[in-house]
Write a protein that binds this ligand. Structure first.
Ligand SMILES: C[S@@+](CC[C@H](N)C(=O)[O-])C[C@H]1O[C@@H](n2cnc3c(N)ncnc32)[C@H](O)[C@@H]1O
Length: 495
């Protein structure tokens, strides 16, 4: 669907009509980040002040959150049917349905069969049609992410978006007006759904009272590691953008906020389409899979209840990596260690999977196996298993990152319609690869120290149970070797 654009010069008229006030700032084209907010005069605030200047005020009625979607459904009976059939599962899902309908309305020149226009119908026309997040990258650009944590994440997201769109299509096909407008006339496609998801992800805010929301005009403010403004809700529930205390903004300078300083580079790229090295946390999240030959793998996944992951974060000085992976502990314990699954029949006939650890019901504590194994007699061995699993997973990821073939790319020259990756995608992916490689290498080194048998002072290897366990393994191995040697002798005899 082609969404008609409105020039940014028309935004002041739209804001006036909708009671949004701008004080000494305007939305304008920036050099590198699309539209942004620019100061129209020199502004400054004292360090210790509560009386900070307000730059933008947006009425509560324009805040697009789950209540706003509900209110809209009260005015529009047809949308109510669509929301009841395909919505009410998440704030994001309801807002996407609302945006889908507004986009469909905005793209129609004739009187629509369904849907009631509201301020968002027009506002959407000011928003960019090109959003640099990886779910909207081309095939060639996605190849640049091979071996990074985003490789699997972007693929999984695209599959999830396709499934979501199919579900909306399916559940609304029985409602005549939406069936005609959305599906028979093919007014919207999967591509539109992916674009709306990207718009939502890159522009939604977490407000203190209104929760997850989109706010017109505040969503025109770009990010900086040294932000000069922040958003909040005032006593009238209006959303306000205010200057930070102790800042100076010169005439013509961009006003910025922080999109958060605890997000990983992958998260920044995934949500916003850029990485700011000055404000990202040195962290990395990798998916983890149970051992393929573990007969309890399925039960462990069901009992764990969420996708297994490894979270890693590197210290500020870059020398150590901390990791967390509650599933890795569950993954590494077995029946002989005291793990048991039982299926219990409830009085209402339903069946429930229960998890037992050393005869204690720990069904509600499956993410706690780290602490749970502490009291086990072979706790050090179990921790050694876990450390080895994590180390191997990091090594596999590092190998994939190192050996995945990155095409020798030439950036897309402006104005040329070829399929080469865009320069911003190349730069962002190279930065992501560099950061993730550093975290993986440091993580592997930290784990190597833990599991290394070379340094006897190290915690795991110094544990007497581990030494005894490895000693028994060595004896078993040498018994096996002796047995094989004597078999060979036998074979020699036969020959
Ligand atoms: C909330 S919107 C801000 C307004 C946006 N620039 C526009 O043209 O509508 C967030 C998007 O702005 C861009 N952006 C914001 N801050 C940026 C930065 N520091 N560097 C690069 N792009 C940035 C990214 O494309 C991001 O997805």
């Amino acid at each position: 669907m082609s969404r008609p654009d409105l020039p940014i010069e028309a935004l002041p008229a739209w804001t006036l009509l909708n009671d949004i006030t701008f004080h000494d700032v305007k939305v304008a084209e920036t050099e590198e980040s699309g539209y942004g907010l620019v100061s129209e005069r020199n502004l400054s605030t004292q360090e210790e002040t509560f009386d900070v200047p307000t730059l933008i005020t947006v009425p509560h009625s324009l805040v697009l959150n789950v209540e706003c979607v509900e209110e809209y459904a009260k005015e529009d009976r047809n949308f109510r049917q669509l929301l009841d059939a395909a919505g009410h599962q998440s704030t994001r899902g309801d807002i996407l349905l609302f945006l889908l309908v507004q986009t469909a309305l905005a793209s129609r020149s004739s009187q629509p069969a369904a849907g009631v226009s509201n301020p968002w119908t027009e506002y959407l026309k000011f928003l960019p049609a090109i959003i640099p997040v990886p779910t909207l990258w081309t095939e060639d650009e996605l190849h640049l992410l091979r071996g990074t944590s985003l490789e699997a994440a972007v693929g999984a997201k695209l599959s999830a978006l396709e499934a979501e769109f199919d579900a909306v299509r399916e559940s609304s096909s029985g409602i005549p007006c939406w069936n005609e407008m959305l599906w028979v006339e093919n007014t919207v496609s999967l591509g539109d759904w992916i674009l709306l998801d990207a718009l939502y992800r890159s522009r939604c805010l977490e407000l203190p009272r209104s929760g997850e929301s989109m706010v017109p005009c505040i969503d025109m403010v770009n990010h900086s590691a040294s932000p000069t403004a922040y958003y909040d809700e005032n006593s009238k529930d209006e959303v306000v953008l205010s200057m930070r205390p102790g800042t100076n903004i010169f005439k013509g300078q961009e006003v910025t906020i922080s999109y958060g300083d605890t997000k990983s580079p992958a998260e920044m790229l995934f949500s916003y389409g850029f990485i700011d090295p000055g404000s990202t946390a040195q962290s990395l999240v990798l998916p983890l899979e149970p051992f393929p030959d573990d007969p309890l793998a399925k039960a462990k996944l069901v009992a764990f209840g969420e996708p297994p992951k490894i979270h890693m974060s590197r210290s500020k000085d870059g020398t150590t990596v901390d990791w967390k992976s509650p599933f890795a502990y569950l993954m590494c314990v077995n029946e002989e260690d005291g793990l048991e699954f039982r299926v219990l029949q409830e009085t209402d006939g339903s069946r429930q999977l229960r998890v037992f650890w050393q005869d204690q019901d720990v069904t509600t504590r499956t993410t706690d196996f780290g602490p749970l194994i502490q009291s086990h007699q072979l706790s050090a061995i179990l921790r050694l298993r876990v450390a080895t699993v994590i180390q191997q997973r990091l090594q596999d990821q590092l190998d994939r990152l190192t050996f995945s073939h990155i095409p020798d790319v030439q950036p897309l020259a402006a104005g040329y319609g070829n399929s080469s990756p865009r320069e911003a995608c190349i730069e962002a992916s190279l930065l992501l690869r560099e950061v993730e490689r550093g975290i993986l290498e440091t993580g592997i080194q930290s784990l190597e120290k833990q599991v290394s048998a070379v340094d006897p002072s190290l915690e795991l290897m110094a544990d007497e149970n581990v030494v005894a366990y490895l000693g028994s393994m060595e004896t078993a191995e040498s018994d096996l070797a002796n047995q094989e040697a004597s078999n060979e002798e036998d074979e020699d005899d036969f020959s």
